[in-house]
Design a protein around this ligand. Structure first.
Ligand SMILES: [Zn+2]
Length: 283
């Protein structure tokens, strides 16, 4: 199965990096969102959109528009804090506010979550029980490999499974990294989707039984302002390449991807899976 997901957070990111105000960015980003929604309608594809609580609060019309087109709305936290060093109180507070705002916006219970930057790790896996306690049924936060802002390399599967933790159960849909030249990477979204040639992405998808994608609107915005301080260090240069290379043709590449493969939302995936056949992972 191929699951299509988006993280809707860009209105926050631009002010964070001091490269423009949310008000200036809204019309153009909104334009890309409209194109994505139209494309999905043409293909009759439903996706899961993980929205930031802050977007639901400040730009509720954006979330309502996605919801009105029949897509599944999940939560991407309220504040986009990376949870690596978080304390339980902070996560509880952020999660409750985010769910409250998003649920008020769409008038429905939210049942899916993705942590900012996939930042649920071996050290803070207790976050999963906070999510379950707050009514989250599906989580998409685990990146089962090493990663700069998180990563859970000891997590034992790259496919959906039921996690049992502190007496709670939660259905986990992890990212599915592949090993290329000795590195575990995720090609199905973000920087690597832009950088890899389409034929490579296509062949990787064709070989996979389970594909979890993650796109952002800024992945397509070729005229966005670019944030960089200097290229003095190798890591700064690498970050710039990962953030901005391949932007100009990316919406075309994405459209081809959407036309060539059948995608489903997390809710549709959940209905297709016979969970009794899948392993229970006790954390
Ligand atoms: Zn994010």
């Amino acid at each position: 199965m191929k699951i299509l997901t988006f993280d809707i957070e860009d209105w926050w990111i631009y002010e964070h990096y001091q490269i423009g105000s949310k008000l200036n960015w809204l019309p153009r980003l909104d334009n890309y969102l409209a194109r994505i929604l139209d494309l999905l309608d043409i293909r009759e594809i439903k996706a899961t959109f993980f929205v930031l609580g802050e977007v639901a609060k400040n730009n509720p019309e954006v979330v309502k528009r996605i919801d009105a087109r029949g897509h599944h709305i999940g939560c991407h936290s309220y504040s986009h804090t990376f949870w690596r060093n978080a304390k339980p109180d902070e996560v509880v507070k952020d999660t409750k506010i985010a769910l409250d705002v998003i649920e008020n916006c769409i008038g429905r219970k939210v049942n899916a979550y993705r942590a900012p930057a996939f930042s649920i790790t071996e050290q803070n896996k207790w976050i999963l029980s906070i999510l379950a306690e707050n009514g989250i049924e599906y989580d998409c936060s685990i990146f089962p490999a090493t990663r700069s802002y998180g990563g859970f390399p000891t997590y034992s599967t790259k496919e959906p499974a039921i996690i049992e933790i502190d007496g709670y159960q939660i259905k986990e849909f992890p990212m599915a990294p592949v090993t290329i030249l000795g590195h575990e990477i995720v090609y199905s979204g973000g920087g690597y989707f832009r950088l890899f040639p389409y034929w490579k992405i296509k062949s990787l998808v064709e070989k996979s039984d389970y594909v979890m994608t993650y796109f952002h609107i800024k992945d397509f915005d070729k005229h966005q302002k670019r944030f960089y301080s200097s290229f003095e260090s190798e890591s700064a240069l690498l970050r710039y390449v990962k953030n901005y290379c391949g932007l100009s043709g990316n919406f075309g590449k994405f459209s081809k991807f959407i036309f060539e493969f059948d995608f489903i939302s997390l809710e549709q995936a959940n209905a297709l899976i016979d969970w009794r056949q899948l392993p229970i992972i006790r954390l």
